[in-house]
Write a protein that binds this ligand. Sequence first.
Ligand code: GLC
Ligand code: CA
Length: 557
Amino acid sequence: MERTWWKEAVVYQIYPRSFNDSNGDGIGDLNGITEKMDYLKKLGIDVIWLSPVYESPNDDNGYDISNYRGIMKDFGTMEDFDRMLAAAHERGIRIVMDLVVNHTSDEHPWFVESRKSKDNPYRDYYIWREGKNGKEPNNWGSCFSGPAWEYDGQTDMYYLHLFSRKQPDLNWDNPKVRDEVFDMMDWWCQKGIDGFRMDVISLISKVPELPDGKVGKNGYGDYGPYVCNGPHVHEYLQEMNRRVLSRYDLLTVGECSGVTVEEAKKYASLDGKELNMVFQFEHMDLDGGETFKWNERKIKLTELKQVLTKWQTSLMGKAWNSLYWCNHDQPRMLSRLGNDSPQYREVSAKMLATCLHMMQGTPYVYQGEELGMTNVPFQTLEDFRDIESINAYHELVGQGVIDGDTMMRYLRYKSRDNARTPMQWNDSENAGFTEGTPWIMVNPNYKEINAEEELAREDSVFYYYQKLIRLRHENPVIVYGDYKLLLPEHEALYAYTRELDGETLLVICNFSSEEQKMDLPEEFSGKEGTVLISNYEDSRPEEHMTLRAYEAAVYRF
Ligand code: GLC
Ligand code: CA
């Protein structure tokens, strides 16, 4: 396989609003990121993915953009951005921008024009339809509750918004829209950025008839089959690749809800015609159900192994994987799949990290993951800021689908806000994130869990991540090796091997708090194995092993 820097890189995601506030207004900002560049250098990451920093009315925290070439006032100025970019580059760290072009803000000048009249030159930049019998053009529900259509009295028509009503969907079938987007991307590339993370890029091409979807528990139709991996998505991405991406040395990753391995082989094919890699959601959806993500189900390890193994083996030699447990749209994985009790928090955080970082693909670390940050004890609905969570509460509780107390528990377990509370820098007030009032509550466990404490302690989660990242840089087998699952039916152990040029790694992770027995696989018996990394001091490769609570070890043969 061809070696490239983005296959060997580790990416760190920053959610700027919650990372570090430099001016005391309670909101993280670009200068705050620049201040922490040495921290990131110390961790050893290669790339920063910046969640959106563009001008935005903040209906969805910056994922509703009103000017693609301007910086949100809350975050600073374009000069601050340039300084941050330079500070990153000085340290050999690259910057990947979030590209949100399935939709704009309704305050974007294109949309302001578009809604004015049916013959406005910008009308076709968006997706407008006549109502049906005085109702929405079809039964689709929006991702953030309510219908996916908003009525506009000015022209007596509806516009499509898969997300909030302040996020109208762009019409990618209009070549002018594609020209605008590609020009804008080029402008950022000229500025010297190093890539794009493409927001819900699998949704940009809609089946033109926009047929009704299957009705779910909330009474709305599912648009998935008509917008995910739609008819022209690959054509448009190939055009984007020809006109922009191929002219620069970039890391490109598409957020692809609804992506299958077959589709991923097109999006992220190693022939480089579209993107470098995709974010798939299959492992994240394993605990979904009738009421979508809102429940308290636990992911079954056997199912997790089956899904991740499918992605590892199906893309092998054909396309490239991305690897993630956490991002700004997911609760903390440590609280979901690990164990966030004081006794097991650190050891299970390290175990999860080992399991993911030893796979093939480009790993993504989400801010605070490297500290073992946990879900947040939100008390009331007023503690939440996320539009998805708040709307879902009103919709599902309002319709009587879920009762209020139960829904609060679901939010506490699954809300995206669990990932969005401030980064915990030290044990001073507000975790050292701000000198003002933070825009969202700080997790009260910052007194125990914070960067300063971990940087001063050799066996911390931070240094464990640092080591995983270093090992990836030093060992091609971690990047390029073949993956093979062992013990597929085991309910508590996730074990697999990686193999390249006669070198084999054996990765063993205990996902439970109980001891688990495992025999050394026959292929290794009699061979001398060494410890590459482990989360207990005395892990050893032996014929008959007993894995302790959340023990993880990587042996090299
Ligand atoms: C993506 C983003 C998410 C956002 C949505 C709409 O899924 O990651 O945060 O709410 O798209 O832009
Ligand atoms: Ca600030």
